[in-house]
Design a protein around this ligand. Structure first.
Ligand SMILES: *Cc1c(COP(=O)(O)O)cnc(C)c1O
Length: 367
């Protein structure tokens, strides 16, 4: 039988199952003590003052943008090479996503190109730490300061990563995380907002729960949604947080093996991490360029035949979709266009055994 190696798998053990059982028996299922505890642990992890739990990463982004006062008529600069939630959250507050092409080495927004997309309507830069690598925040924060813009960090894929010794979630005015099933740690569905600003913190808490006044619950201080996290999810996430160092170490170790074993294959480019940055390798995305033996699609079929699951994150730039186009023509995104045709994510999840990693390497080398 051929091996079956999955691209990503949640790392769930007995501790998570026991924690869920305990919550179910406790009688307190939503936004209770475990959600509070999770928020506290998250703020410690990020080295930040405030953390606000939500029911998913998309609602965290929506809430974060709302708390900054971004809305109708505003423009938010972001990357087209990300999961669609990043750009959809901009639409959710009534603002317009303005895309900027990416850097071919990091796959993150190219900070050198941001300046030319700033207009009088620009209110924020929403950067994404793609595949676990923080974006170029020194430059991004510098531009934001010069033009009076907010910076939002979509850290859905980068929990635990560092940028010049600072943790993700603490690199911008406000940060957001996702605890979705495929992320580095999970609660099934879940999200988190992080900030040092008390005002954004208070606004986010209200927006999360129908604008309900904490001290007078049936007094509504503005529009809000039901974005509350359950204690069931928080119980899982708390257990996951306990092993985040182990899980991250495993990912880095696997990535390190790939980096040295795959580096001299013609037409295959391994991912690069910039100086001062520690990536948490949410994905290990190699590039299959025209010099490689097979096309990316043929290579992918070959790996699947050998039982190695791969995925293309992401097959299209977000400007390709009607509801996000806003006059952005694909000719303006040559790097994203090329990268979407080259990338291929290979398994880097902590459930892989060393023998799986070397099996994958040998399958690639034996081609
Ligand atoms: C997963 C993800 C989100 C959305 O998170 P959900 O929890 O799935 O809503 C947002 N941005 C990026 C970059 C993501 O990878």
């Amino acid at each position: 039988m051929v091996k079956q190696i999955k691209l990503s798998e949640p790392f769930i053990e007995k501790a998570e199952i026991d924690a869920v059982n305990k919550v179910l028996m406790s009688g307190r299922l939503v936004q209770g003590p475990l959600v509070k505890e999770l928020e506290k642990d998250f703020s410690l992890l990020c080295g930040i003052k405030y953390a606000i739990a939500t029911n998913n990463g998309t609602s965290a982004l929506h809430t974060a943008l709302h708390s900054l006062g971004i809305g109708k008529g505003d423009e938010v600069i972001t990357t087209p090479f990300t999961f669609v939630a990043t750009a959809n959250a901009i639409l959710m507050v009534g603002a317009k996503p303005i895309f900027v092409d990416i850097d071919e080495e990091t796959f993150n927004i190219d900070s050198e190109l941001i300046g030319r997309k700033i207009t009088k309507d620009t209110k924020a830069i929403l950067a994404v730490d793609l595949f676990g690598q923080p974006a170029d925040y020194k430059k991004i924060n510098q531009i934001a300061k010069k033009y009076g813009l907010f910076v939002v960090e979509d850290a859905a894929q980068s929990i635990g990563a560092t940028y010049f010794n600072k943790k993700t979630g603490n690199l911008a005015d406000i940060g957001t995380f996702s605890l979705y099933a495929t992320k580095n740690i999970t609660s099934g569905e879940g999200g988190m907002i992080t900030t040092n600003n008390k005002n954004y913190y208070e606004k986010s808490k209200l927006f999360r729960s129908h604008g309900q006044d904490e001290n007078d619950r049936y007094s509504y201080l503005g529009l809000g949604y039901n974005y509350r996290m359950t204690d069931i999810a928080a119980a899982i996430a708390l257990q996951q947080l306990k092993k985040i160092d182990f899980l991250t170490r495993k990912r880095k170790q696997i990535a390190g093996i790939y980096n040295s074993e795959l580096k001299d294959i013609k037409g295959l480019i391994t991912p690069k991490v910039k100086t001062g940055i520690e990536s948490v390798y949410h994905q290990y995305a190699i590039r299959i360029t025209p010099e490689f033996k097979l096309t990316r699609e043929k290579f992918r079929d070959y790996l699947h035949e050998k039982g190695i699951e791969t995925y293309i994150y992401y097959p299209k730039g977000l400007y390709s979709f009607d509801h996000l186009r806003f006059g952005n023509e694909k000719e303006n995104f040559p790097v994203t266009e090329r990268i979407t045709k080259e990338v291929l994510s290979i398994p880097v999840n902590p459930k892989l055994k060393n023998e799986d990693v070397y099996y994958i390497i040998n399958v690639i080398k034996n081609l």
